[in-house]
Design a protein around this ligand. Structure first.
Ligand SMILES: [Zn+2]
Length: 244
């Protein structure tokens, strides 16, 4: 089916996901059942109350986000992380990266910390790796379908707990751990938005991320899963991208 313009690579990825589950079922039925019966994702729970019910796949792949407890408290914490190289800024190169940072990012932090807004343009390497990966696949998908590609707009990256509280929007502080990206769809065509959602659904099915549609903010809130292998995968994407 490859090459017949239906992007069959996605089916292949879906099959791999199903095989992964089957292997778990065969090798460790107890764990399989534990996930099936006992798993309550805070991510699901929170978003359920806001009307968004993300995929049950989150449970299978353990992409619960309740463990993001180590957030950056305030701008000083962000500053320290930047100077240590834990948080990094990307070059402004939308065509190469496949996305750009919204110039208004962090604009609600008020006059008091206005001079610190540049910190909100940073994120961890794994979060950027995830953004690069999503943008790469998104571009590939649009190209295969002959749909115009416009670089994605990142409307949210790292935030301090201070700023997150000010926004007052979430019980899950993933932005404050530098592990979330908001992709705005405000300026997208319906065709583009549909493809981006299709891609995010597929990557969720594979346990490579989880996301919710934050309709109020016109963006998809996309989160790096907590498992080590996936985080290493994204760090690898980041490193390869900037070494080449
Ligand atoms: Zn978000």
């Amino acid at each position: 089916m490859k090459g017949k313009h239906d992007f069959s690579a996605f089916y292949n990825l879906g099959n791999e996901g199903a095989l992964k589950l089957l292997r778990l079922y065969l090798s460790n039925p107890k764990e399989f059942n534990r996930r099936a019966d006992g798993y309550i994702s805070l991510f699901n729970k929170y978003h359920f109350t806001t009307g968004n019910v993300p995929s049950r796949w989150c449970a299978w792949y353990g992409t619960d986000n309740k463990l993001w407890e180590d957030g950056y408290a305030d701008c000083d914490a962000l500053k320290r992380a930047v100077s240590k190289g834990e948080l990094v800024e990307l070059p402004n190169d939308p065509q190469r990266l496949g996305f750009f940072i919204d110039p208004d990012i962090g604009d609600r932090d008020g006059d008091h910390q206005f001079k610190h807004r540049a910190f909100y343009r940073t994120n961890t390497r794994e979060a950027w790796g995830m953004a690069l990966y999503v943008a790469y696949e998104y571009r590939r998908l649009l190209k295969a379908e002959k749909i115009t590609f416009d670089p994605l707009k990142v409307a949210g990256a790292v935030r301090s707990v201070w700023y997150q509280n000010k926004l007052g929007t979430t019980a899950i502080p993933v932005h404050v751990a530098g592990l979330a990206i908001d992709f705005s769809y405000k300026d997208m065509t319906e065709e583009q938005k549909y493809r981006l959602k299709l891609l995010l659904d597929t990557l969720t099915n594979l346990g490579l991320l989880s996301f919710t549609d934050e309709e109020n903010g016109n963006h998809f809130h996309v989160v790096v899963p907590k498992d080590k292998a996936t985080r290493e995968f994204y760090r690898g994407v980041y490193l390869k991208f900037f070494l080449n």
